[in-house]
Ligand binder design. Structure first.
Ligand code: AMP
Ligand code: GLY
Length: 433
């Protein structure tokens, strides 16, 4: 396969570092640019100071630099239509169009879509009017889930235990507009119970290839307590998931979703990530994401055998059916190290130490998220989620032991992390039996 001389990766998180890291191992990879990147991406490519949401700025840069392939990874530029803009200008770009991304940027659209196509999901109603939403919750049982329809940095979902809490949440979103225009509509839905999993699927619009199942840990506190975060740690593949269950998910969720997108005139090209909950009555879709998960990707990149550039090409050129995607016969995990106070207020600028020491073990790769270099080239914290310590091993237990050993070597003031990543998965024996 031909060399790709200049590759541009949009975004600045651990996901972007992990994909850049995997690309850097490809014989096909030329120069890698990140817009804007972080303290880790700087080591494998060139950071360009353009925000991921400045899609015109990114286009101008790509034209000026004659970028051969751009990867649109975060949700915001996708929702702004970066893929449409690049395609209109004749540039090669990987990711879904604005219309296909609506599955993520409008939860109201996504729920209607699921209903239209009989996809398994929680029962729901959509409201844009506070009084009407309030009278609806009068008739409901609790807990109940209220979601701002638009993008809200993973914070737009509130589980309400009683009527008073629900009423207050509705007021915050629909009247006080705490999520701005993202809260012009709310989805109110049934509360579901069961383990949550992340499904990832590459799609070229017609053909698809599923990745192994993974699991994130979204709450800040151990045993899934406290506030929601962007994700505190992931494992893959999931030891409790049977082949049969993966086939059920493929048949009832993945294939019909992609076929429906095609039928509605918005074929999905890129990576689709349905977040599922495995209820007693079967898998249900919690949400659709139209991009790689973060920190799922950090774990996936450790396990992926196939050249990722071949996968991006196959998606864009509608040749996924011809590509065999291989995975290492290993388990992987990623433990997120976060700033003290995250996901609420936290300080930045703390010096980070111990990464090199941690990476002496070949099982370990430390991916950067909220990091940067200061004037003296010290590595300092620059965000809520700072690092993702990933490990691989012959079993999930082994990978976790390795990762936590590495975590102990890294430090920065206020550092916090969950010590129970993977533990609930290890306790489940063979869902749903
Ligand atoms: P979402 O952004 O829609 O994935 O929601 C964020 C988190 O809220 C999920 O990871 C779940 O833990 C929780 N959640 C969302 N919808 C439901 C639901 N219908 N029932 C139970 N928990 C939910
Ligand atoms: N892993 C959570 C997310 O990427 O939305």
């Amino acid at each position: 396969m031909a060399k790709i001389n200049k590759i541009l990766i949009i975004g600045s998180g651990g996901r972007e570092h992990a994909i850049g890291w995997r690309i850097a191992q490809s014989k096909r990879a030329g120069k890698i640019f990140f817009a804007p990147g972080n303290g880790g991406t700087k080591k494998i490519g060139t950071n360009v100071e353009i925000k991921a949401t400045d899609i015109k700025g990114i286009l101008e840069f790509a034209q000026r630099e004659r970028i051969d392939l751009t990867l649109a990874l975060p949700d915001d530029p996708l929702a702004l239509g970066i893929v449409d803009l690049f395609e209109k200008n004749g540039l090669r770009v990987w990711g879904p169009t604005k219309a296909a991304s609506k599955l993520e940027w409008s939860k109201a659209f996504a729920k209607d879509f699921m209903q239209r196509h009989n996809l398994p999901t929680a029962k729901f109603e959509i409201f844009d009017n506070f009084e009407k939403a309030k009278s609806y919750i009068e008739t409901q049982s609790f807990p109940i889930v209220i979601k701002a329809s638009g993008l809200a940095l993973g914070k737009g979902v509130v589980i309400c235990k009683n009527k008073e809490g629900a009423s207050k949440t509705l007021e915050n979103i629909l009247v006080k507009k705490i999520f701005g225009d993202s809260g012009n509509e709310v989805v109110i839905e049934e509360f579901l119970v069961g383990p949550e999993i992340s499904i990832h699927v590459f799609s070229d619009g017609e053909n698809y290839k599923m990745l192994p199942p993974s699991q994130d840990h979204k709450k800040i506190g151990e045993q899934d307590t406290g506030l929601n975060t962007g994700g505190m740690g992931t494992i893959a593949p999931l030891p409790f998931m049977s082949e049969k269950l993966m086939v059920e998910i493929e048949k009832t969720i993945v294939a019909p979703t992609l076929a429906a997108m095609q039928k509605e005139g918005n074929p999905f090209v890129g990576l689709l990530y349905p977040g599922l909950i495995l209820t007693k009555n079967g898998p249900r879709i919690l949400e659709f994401n139209v991009r790689f998960g973060d920190p799922e990707t950090q774990t996936y990149m450790r396990l992926l055998e196939t050249d990722i550039l071949d996968i991006f090409d196959a998606c864009i050129d509608k040749k996924l059916d011809k590509l065999e995607i291989k995975w290492k016969d290993l388990y992987g995990c990623t433990i997120v190290l976060a700033s003290g106070g995250y996901p609420e207020n936290y300080e930045k600028g703390k010096i980070i130490s111990g990464i090199e020491e941690a990476q002496k073990d070949p099982a370990i790769v430390v991916f950067h998220a909220g990091t940067k270099r200061d004037e003296k080239e010290n590595l300092i914290t620059n965000g809520g989620r700072v690092l993702g310590v990933s490990a691989t091993g012959e079993s999930l237990q082994l990978a976790l032991v390795k990762a936590y050993e590495a975590v102990l070597k890294i430090s920065f003031s206020g550092m916090q992390y969950r010590k129970d990543i993977g533990q609930s998965a290890l306790k489940i024996s063979n869902y749903p039996n």
